[in-house]
Design a protein. Structure first.
Length: 181
């Protein structure tokens, strides 16, 4: 059965998850930048890092993809905010709905994974974005911070790695339900 794992990753944490999932399932993992034509894929897994609420590359990669051909669509987000907190999951899902067509969204099974950040290697653009957000949050009363704001402030300027490959297990289980894999 035609299947693929695509990843949208800037600094490597979404790629690490995608490669580990590939090892566990035997499905090839490919950067979204090198994605082959997807119209005849039956199983599509997209693992994408969160940047300012959006999943890196997701809209562009899935744009125009007819949902009826796909048998299984799994989307996993990778971000710093703790996905165990319901408010974070809700925010991510609300943003996701705006990034893909309603048909694809209805078909998708959504998972949330936790990522990593190392301020020493951030691009100038990303470092500036984080500095601006940090400054604006400093001017906001802490009780008004969302859980995502809190995650940003707690990790600001640090090197943290929350990548936990065991959190891939629900995705592995979902894929193992496919008899032809
Ligand atoms: C500019 C910027 C914006 C970010 N926005 C979010 C966000 O909205 N939500 C979140 O949970 N994490 C956010 N993050 C953290 C990244 O999602 C996290 O570092 C992720 O692991 C990066 O994945 P990658 O290493 O595959 O690029 C942001 C990081 C940067 C640098």
């Amino acid at each position: 059965m035609k299947s693929i794992i695509l990843y949208g990753s800037q600094y490597g944490s979404a790629r690490r998850y995608a490669q580990a999932l590939s090892t566990r399932t035997g499905i090839q993992a490919v950067s979204r930048k090198d994605a082959p034509p997807l119209s005849d894929m039956k199983i599509l897994v997209y693992i994408g890092a969160l940047y300012a609420g959006g999943v890196l590359g997701l809209s562009r990669t899935l744009r125009g993809l007819p949902s009826q051909n796909i048998q299984k669509l799994l989307i996993a987000t990778v971000g710093l905010a703790d996905p165990e907190i319901p408010q974070n999951r809700e925010n991510i899902r609300n943003a996701l709905q705006k990034q893909i067509s309603p048909n694809l969204y209805a078909k998708a099974k959504i998972f949330h994974l936790r990522g990593a950040i190392d301020y020493r290697v951030l691009s100038w653009k990303h470092r500036t974005m984080m500095a601006l957000m940090h400054r604006s949050l400093q001017n906001k009363p802490t009780e008004k911070w969302s859980e995502e704001d809190r995650a940003l402030m707690e990790t600001y300027s640090k090197q943290v790695d929350f990548v936990d490959l065991s959190s891939l297990q629900p995705i592995v289980n979902e894929l193992k339900q496919e008899p032809d894999l």
